[in-house]
Ligand binder design. Structure first.
Ligand code: THU
Length: 160
């Protein structure tokens, strides 16, 4: 038996003003996406934005449903839209934000497991890493340079 170790690197930013200009631009779009969340059941708003290789920025927000599991997270709303409307454009970068309804302050927006799996599919499809930036409540912003880093021991097409 051997004990192995997996390490990931991430960049940490105290405030959004430390982000580079492209990430900041996408973050501003993710803020707009927060306003379109349909979250009457959780009152938790999530906004995602991603930049395509053609320069276009796609926004997505969480869309809930009375039959709870029928709703969809913001990240998948955005990436499925991008995949269906712009199948040949690469996704250059993504930002995810969250806030509780009625509050102005951002809270933690760490992508859920199902979103990691879905995002990974597109990263592998385009054969180019998708950096992702999200808010970690007290720690500021975290930027990870590849979705794969969020999902060790991934299940992907090579597993089939
Ligand atoms: N949610 C997202 O949109 N993205 C995530 O990665 C985690 C959770 C949404 C789903 C639901 O509408 C609300 O946040 C509370 O779980």
């Amino acid at each position: 038996m051997n004990i192995k170790e997996i390490r990931i690197q991430y960049a940490k930013y105290e405030t959004e003003n430390e982000l580079d200009s492209q990430s900041f631009q996408i973050l501003e779009e993710a803020k707009k996406a927060l306003d379109t969340a349909y979250s009457p059941y959780s009152n938790f708003q999530v906004g995602a934005a991603l930049k395509l290789s053609n320069g276009q920025i796609i926004r997505g927000s969480n869309q809930e449903n009375a039959a709870y599991p029928s709703g969809l997270c913001a990240e998948r709303t955005a990436i499925f839209y991008a995949g269906s409307q712009f199948p040949n454009e690469k996704i250059e970068e993504m930002v995810v934000l969250a806030r509780r309804e009625g509050e102005t302050e951002l809270t933690t927006a760490c992508p859920c497991g199902a979103c990691r799996q879905a995002l990974l599919e597109y990263e592998e499809k385009q054969n180019q890493p998708i950096p992702i930036t999200f808010k970690m409540s007290k720690q500021g912003f975290v930027r990870i340079s590849s979705i794969a880093d969020l999902l060790p021991f991934k299940f992907d097409s090579t597993s089939l």
